[in-house]
Design a binder for this molecule. Structure first.
Ligand SMILES: [Cu+2]
Length: 187
């Protein structure tokens, strides 16, 4: 249903894309449901007390835009929506306030922005988002170097082959239960 062909490997390009609305309508009609779809939830092994990043693809198959408000898991008391990025100090506050931050330095402007950013001592870092909007008919990749769910201070060791539950909280779709696999390699 979602094509990966259009995805860019470049780290900071938009990873959302839209399939033809009329096809989406046909698919939704055929399936008889409209929902948030989560594919391939996974994380790497991690030790008690450390942090673990959970990756997956989330697609909004509903007819309205929705917002990921947060998530929870029995494995940790604290679970945040994170985004890794080249972050300018001046942008961090905006990013943390509402998830509205988007890094758009691409193509023609790229080189110029890089040198400008170097002067500002920009570094690869991650910041917590208050929420993340997923538009109707779009999908967002949670992947290394980009969005991820961060389990902070996990309560037990996570070994390859283990599974655990994360519950995603959406503004409109409500709670979506996700079964996360602990894998040796992410791909
Ligand atoms: Cu993180």
């Amino acid at each position: 249903m979602f094509t990966s062909a259009a995805r860019s490997l470049a780290g900071f390009r938009s990873k959302t894309h839209q399939f033809a609305p009329f096809i989406a309508v046909l698919i939704l009609a055929a399936c008889g449901q409209a929902s948030m779809r989560v594919e391939n939830p996974r994380t790497l092994p991690a030790a008690l007390g450390s942090n673990a990043a959970v990756y997956f693809t989330v697609g909004n198959l509903t007819f309205t835009d929705d917002t990921l408000l947060g998530a929870s898991s029995d494995e940790t008391a604290s679970l945040e929506i994170h985004r890794s990025a080249l972050i300018k100090p001046a942008d961090r506050a905006e990013m943390e306030a509402g998830g509205a931050y988007h890094y758009e330095a691409e193509d023609a402007q790229d080189e110029e922005d890089k040198s400008e950013m170097a002067a500002e001592e920009v570094s690869m870092d991650m910041a917590a988002l208050a929420s993340l909007q997923i538009k109707s008919g779009h999908e967002i990749e949670f992947e290394p170097g980009y969005y991820h769910l961060m389990l902070i201070d996990i309560k037990k060791d996570l070994g390859a082959g283990d599974q655990f539950t994360v519950i995603l909280h959406f503004e409109k779709a409500g709670d979506v239960v996700v079964n996360v696999q602990v894998v040796e390699n992410l791909d």
